[in-house]
Design a protein around this ligand. Structure first.
Ligand code: 5AD
Ligand code: FES
Length: 368
């Protein structure tokens, strides 16, 4: 099996058969530690000991969609719905900026209230107030026109998990009104428009087979996104999948390791879901190959309401607490948290303005 890890590292891909053998054989003695070690070596070459920190703002839990796994699905009448006002969102960004964040991730359900005009206005406003920050959107499926408008307003990254690249599995997890084809189409459109794109999937979702995971890896290889978000499936009590078992820490970590070797430059978050199924889930995620963490910047008053799954962590913690907690966690395992935009645009900008040379202290500042 270690041969397959070596081959994946060398060639950055495997055949369908080999991917399957590696995933199915992952519990072989010593294999996972070996994979994690290689993943860390590969990440170290590109990113050193740096872990990027993004501020997550969950700005609406209204959703027109009805994904069977999700706690904020339209059919869940138990969900206590909220949406943040533009002022509240801007306030989160201001607070986040003071805490050092230079990337904001605006995530929400597919809320029809946020028309192109409303959302573009918010993006423009954040962009205007914080021109040194990257704006990431994660608001589901929209039209190509809408994606273009938001891009022009200043959003440059977009997260849209594909959820599963296997047709049958996709249909099992989603209502008949949704289709995998449209989902993938959105991802290709986002890419075409010029967004840095993130896709992703849940590990251990009901009905997921090894073949589904292989489909995910092959799809990621084809799409070549900048980011891939994966986390364990965790049942939510008020969804049709309430009684299903959660995905495991072990399988999620193994896939993180594989993804790092598949694409060494990938931005790979150690997700909140991973931190939810194990107290050290996010640390273990980084040690398996992840290099991004996304602490929550949402106002504490709404955190209990953005519940995609049960027992979500950090719902009672202020933005500053999460930020420092995360920094301490990463320091605890020997990594430096970096709040910069984390791409060459920021680097080029600094170089052009001569900031790095003029003020070396400032660069220090970003390693907080
Ligand atoms: N368990 C884990 N992850 C979930 N998501 C939605 N519901 C759940 C759940 N029950 C993930 C989906 C979605 C992302 C925002 O959260 O993959 O794309
Ligand atoms: Fe939120 Fe630790 S990251 S409390």
């Amino acid at each position: 099996m270690k041969k397959l890890v070596d081959k994946l590292e060398r060639e950055r891909t495997l055949s369908r058969r080999e991917f399957k053998d590696l995933i199915d054989g992952r519990q072989e003695e010593g294999l996972a530690p070996y994979l994690f070690q290689r993943a860390c070596v590969v990440r170290q070459q590109l990113y050193g000991r740096e872990v990027y920190m993004r501020g997550l703002i969950e700005f609406t839990n209204y959703c027109r969609n009805d994904c069977l796994y999700c706690g904020i699905r339209n059919s869940n009448r138990q969900a206590d719905r909220y949406r943040l006002s533009k002022e509240q969102i801007l306030d989160c960004c201001r607070q986040g900026h003071e805490l050092g964040f230079r990337t904001f991730v605006l995530q929400g359900g597919e809320d029809p209230y946020f028309t192109d005009e409303r959302l573009a206005e918010i993006v423009r406003e954040i962009h205007g107030r914080h021109p040194d920050c990257a704006i990431t959107l994660s608001v589901g499926e929209r039209s190509r026109e809408s994606y273009r408008l938001l891009f022009e307003a200043g959003a440059e990254r977009y997260l849209l998990r594909h959820e599963t690249a296997n047709q049958e599995h996709y249909d099992l997890l989603h209502p008949a009104s949704m289709s995998l084809r449209e989902r993938l189409q959105c991802l290709y459109e986002l890419k075409e428009i010029g967004y840095q794109v993130g896709c992703g999937f849940m590990v251990g979702s009901p009905g997921q087979t090894t073949d589904c995971l292989v489909d995910d890896l092959l799809f990621i290889k084809e799409l070549t996104p900048q980011m891939v978000g994966i986390g364990p499936f965790i049942p939510h009590k008020d969804t049709p999948l309430a009684g299903e078992p959660a995905g495991t820490l072990e399988a999620t970590l193994f896939l993180l390791g594989m993804l790092r070797l598949l694409d060494p430059a990938l931005l790979l978050p150690a997700t909140t879901a991973l931190g939810t199924i194990h107290p050290q889930g996010r640390e273990l995620g980084v040690q398996a190959g992840a290099n991004v963490v996304m602490p929550n910047l949402s106002p504490v008053g709404v955190r209990e309401k953005y519940l995609l799954y049960d027992n979500k962590i950090c719902t009672g913690d202020e933005a500053a607490e999460c930020r420092h907690c995360m920094q301490n966690r990463m320091r605890g395992i020997g990594y430096d948290v970096v709040v910069s935009r984390g791409d060459c645009a920021g680097f080029i900008q600094n170089t052009l303005t001569g900031r790095e040379q003029a003020n070396p202290e400032e660069q220090e500042e970003s390693y907080v």
